[in-house]
Ligand binder design. Structure first.
Ligand code: ZN
Ligand code: ZN
Length: 365
C-alpha cells in the first residue's frame, strides 16, 4: 500500500543514500520546496535537519499545529531567535563532522552564524542541488498532481481567451485568466501571467500592461497554475482577426520547431539534443537567431526546476521527468511567437500533458 507518509519516508531514504555518497553526516535543508518535498510541510519558515533516516523539522510557534498535522517526523518549535540557532546547537550536540548546507538558499549571515556556533569541529559543506536532483524525477503522485495542474490551467485559458476582444487591456485579460484559475480551484497563478499584444509579444518576459489589445495583432499568453503545490506552464499565441502572412510564417516555423523538439524527447537523449532539434528546425527557416532562450525547463513544486533544456547541455532525460518544450521566435518591432507545452518523459518516449490545441487561433474582432 502506498500512502502519503510512505512517499516522504521513501524520498528521505533516497536522500540518505545521496548523503552517504556525498560523505555528509547530516544535511540542513532550508529551501522550502525541498522541505515540502521531503516532509509535506507547507509553512513559510522551516529548516529540516536530516541524518541517516532521522529527520527533524525546525519551525516557529506560528506553525506548531500545522507542522504536527502535515509532518510525520518530530517537530521542534524555536520560540525565540532564528531557527538556525536551534539547528546549530543540535548539530553541535550530535558530534557530526561534516554537515551539508544549501549555500544557494542560505544567506551569508546564516551560514556564518552556524559556522561560528560550531567552531572548528564541524565542517560545513555546500550541498546545493542534492535534493533538487532527486526532485527531477517525479513519482506517480507528483505526475498526477502536475497533470491536474496542467489541465486546470488549460481549462482556465480556454474560458478566458473566449472573452478576449480588441479594446480589452492586457491587464484585464491577465486578471481574467487568474480569476478563472482560482475559480477552478488553483491556489493562484504559478507565476505572473504574461499577456503581451503586438510588438510587445517580442519581449519573452513581457509584463501585462494597461495597453489595449488591438485588432490584427499577435497576442501571446504565457500562464500556469499552482494546484496542491504543483505548477503548470503553457504558452499560446492567438491572433486578433485573421493572421497576416508574416504572423502565420513566424507561427508555423515555431510550431514546427516545437513539434520537432517534442519528437526528440525520449529517455536517454541529452537535453542539448532536444534543444538542437528546436534550434535546427528554426535555422532552416532562418529564424534561429530570433530564438533567444533555452528550449525548456523542468517543473514541479517550482516553476523552474532541473533539467534546463539549454544549448549543449549534457543532462539526460529519464522517465518521470516533466519538462516544458517552449521554443520561440521574437521579431523586434513586429511581435513574437512562443508555443509551450508541459510534457512527461515516459519509459518509451513522451506524453504531451497540455491538452490545448496548437492551431493558430483567430479571435473574432
Ligand atoms: Zn511559460
Ligand atoms: Zn516555461
Amino acid at each position: 500500500m502506498t500512502t502519503v507518509a510512505h512517499t516522504f519516508v521513501d524520498r528521505r531514504r533516497r536522500l540518505a543514500e545521496a548523503l552517504t555518497g556525498a560523505r555528509l553526516d547530516a544535511l540542513a535543508v532550508a529551501h522550502l520546496p525541498n522541505v515540502r518535498y521531503l516532509t509535506g510541510f507547507t509553512g513559510s519558515n522551516a529548516v529540516l535537519l536530516l541524518a541517516g533516516r532521522k529527520a527533524t523539522l525546525y519551525t516557529d510557534p506560528r506553525y506548531t499545529l500545522q507542522a504536527r498535522q502535515e509532518c510525520d517526523i518530530p517537530v521542534r518549535i524555536i520560540a525565540r531567535g532564528p531557527l538556525w540557532s536551534g539547528v546549530a546547537s543540535e548539530i553541535g550536540r550530535r558530534g557530526w563532522r561534516s554537515v551539508g548546507l544549501e549555500a544557494s538558499h542560505v544567506s551569508h549571515q546564516q551560514w556564518q552564524s552556524v559556522a561560528q556556533a560550531l567552531g572548528r569541529t564541524v565542517r560545513l559543506k555546500d550541498a546545493s542541488g542534492l535534493v533538487e536532483k532527486l526532485r527531477m524525477v517525479k513519482d506517480a503522485g507528483e505526475i498526477a498532481a502536475i497533470r491536474a495542474s496542467v489541465q486546470l490551467a488549460a481549462k482556465a485559458f480556454g474560458k478566458a481567451i473566449r472573452k478576449a476582444r480588441a479594446g480589452m487591456t492586457e491587464l484585464a485579460l491577465a486578471a481574467e485568466i487568474d480569476h478563472q484559475m482560482r475559480l477552478l480551484g488553483a491556489e493562484g497563478p504559478a507565476f505572473e501571467t504574461i499577456v503581451a499584444g503586438g510588438e510587445r509579444s517580442a519581449l519573452p518576459h513581457a509584463r501585462p500592461t494597461a495597453r489595449q489589445i488591438a485588432p490584427n495583432q499577435i497576442l501571446l499568453v504565457d500562464m500556469g497554475a499552482s494546484l496542491n503545490g504543483y505548477m503548470s506552464d503553457m504558452t499560446r499565441v492567438v491572433h486578433l482577426g485573421p493572421p497576416t502572412v508574416e504572423a502565420r510564417r513566424l507561427y508555423d516555423a515555431v510550431l514546427e520547431a516545437q513539434l520537432a523538439a517534442i519528437a526528440a524527447v525520449v529517455p536517454g537523449v541529452t537535453v542539448g539534443d532536444v534543444d538542437a532539434a528546436a534550434r535546427g528546425t528554426l535555422r532552416k527557416r532562418r529564424f534561429d537567431r530570433l530564438f533567444t532562450h533555452s528550449t525548456g525547463h523542468g517543473l514541479g513544486l517550482e516553476i523552474h526546476e532541473g533539467p534546463r533544456l539549454g544549448k549543449l547541455a549534457q543532462e539526460r532525460l529519464e522517465p518521470g521527468m516533466v519538462v516544458t518544450i517552449e521554443p520561440g521566435a521574437y521579431q523586434e518591432g513586429f511581435g513574437g511567437v512562443r508555443i509551450e507545452d508541459t510534457v512527461l518523459v515516459t519509459p518509451t518516449g513522451v506524453e504531451v500533458l497540455t491538452p490545448t490545441s496548437k492551431e493558430f487561433l483567430e479571435i473574432p474582432l
